[in-house]
Design a protein around this ligand. Structure first.
Ligand code: HEM
Length: 341
């Protein structure tokens, strides 16, 4: 590989790592395994190109470059340790959270560095036959490594063999409320029972108390947190489909917003939303406050941050919700989210 080809490969693989890494947050259904495969293959390819780069620059490494390359090593190592050695944590956060955060810092540094210093790739950095063969060999090796990873982990008895395809490790499945309770940022409302409103683009608004929501509809589903744990539980409550029918969805309605007391919300296509459950119970126990009492959303195949807790309103809309992503951060600064009221 030419030096310039190596540098561009490193930058593009870091970009691929962070893009597929962020995509994992939206990949919870088994059909999205390819996102995790793409991420692992980008990571393994990056490790190979890093060795090529280090062999070239090690004798004359400047301190700033040493720091940047050290960060690449730490990001790769935290990813690999997480996916092999089990659910480890440092400083109150899982290694997976550290890995994602450091990966994002690395991508930002690479972007700044590229904007300031990058020289455009020449034809011979891209189209040369040897460059092509080297890239194909690295890609094929990374794909083979990804395919061998689980069988090897199983043979070595490593905890990684037991992780889900999302990289999450099981915690407290089928244990009622006894599984980890986490928050996307830091929503911590005070405990309070309240009614749940169903309104917006409907013929008849509803306001339902906890008793009216506990209708015994059941769903066994896996909550899979982007922080790296998953928990399969028997949830019970009411399906959104019958609630929407009771309220009478008006023509043109296409999206359903599920909104927490804290302001945290997510929006679902109306057909998807019909199959979701508003859970008042888990494993036969009333939902605890930490898990979202009086009711939380159960959204199979979606990552945990979309399983809205402390649901207060179901709103039917014609349009999607461009503010939903921002609400997941801003809610922790609202008075309800901070637990100030
Ligand atoms: C430059 C940035 C990044 C690089 C180079 C990188 C690299 C890696 C590597 C090498 C692994 C181990 C893969 C395996 O052994 O299966 C991994 C795992 C993982 N990474 Fe990243 N990563 C980056 C950024 C991110 C970000 C930003 C996120 C999330 C926002 C993320 C989420 C994950 C997840 C969920 C896993 C576990 C996958 C599994 O166990 O199968 N990564 N990463």
């Amino acid at each position: 590989m030419t030096p310039r080809g190596t540098d561009w490969s490193l930058a593009l693989l870091v970009a691929a790592g962070v893009a597929t890494g962020l995509a994992t947050w939206f990949a919870g259904a088994p059909g999205s395994t390819w996102v995790f495969a793409g991420h692992a293959i980008a990571g393994a390819s990056l490790a190979v190109v890093l060795v090529v780069k280090l062999r070239r620059v090690l004798p004359k490494l400047a301190p700033a470059s040493a720091g940047a390359l050290g960060l690449v090593v730490v990001v790769l190592a935290t990813g690999l340790v997480w996916s092999s050695a089990g659910s480890l944590g440092v400083g109150g956060f899982s290694l997976l959270v550290w890995h994602g955060a450091l990966g994002a810092v690395l991508a930002a540094l690479v972007l700044v560095h590229a904007l300031a210093r990058a020289k455009p790739p020449r034809r011979r950095d891209l189209a040369d036959r040897r460059q092509f063969l080297a890239a194909a060999a690295v890609g094929a090796g990374a794909l083979a490594a990804w395919q061998l990873q689980r069988p090897l982990q199983r043979a070595l008895g490593l905890p990684g063999a037991e992780r889900r395809f999302t990289g999450s490790y099981d915690a407290g499945s089928f244990s009622g409320n006894d599984f980890p309770s986490t928050s996307w940022v830091s929503d911590q409302p005070r405990p309070r029972t309240h009614r749940v409103a169903v309104d917006g683009h409907v013929r008849r608004s509803l306001a339902l108390g906890p008793g009216e929501l506990a209708r015994g509809d059941e769903l066994t589903a896996t909550l899979d947190c982007t922080g790296g744990f998953s928990s399969t539980q028997r949830w019970a409550g009411v399906r959104l489909g019958p609630l929407l029918d009771e309220a009478g969805v008006r023509a043109g309605a296409a999206h359903v917003r599920v909104i927490s007391r804290t302001g945290y919300r997510w929006s679902f296509g109306i057909e998807d939303a019909r199959g979701l459950l508003l859970a008042t119970h888990v494993g036969g126990e009333p939902l605890s406050h930490g898990h979202g009492a009086p009711c939380r959303l159960v959204a199979p195949g979606r990552r945990g941050f979309q399983w809205i807790k402390w649901v207060e309103r179901i709103e039917v809309h014609e349009d999607p919700d461009p503010g939903a992503l921002a609400s997941t951060v801003l809610s922790s600064f609202s008075a309800e989210g901070r637990g100030a009221v």
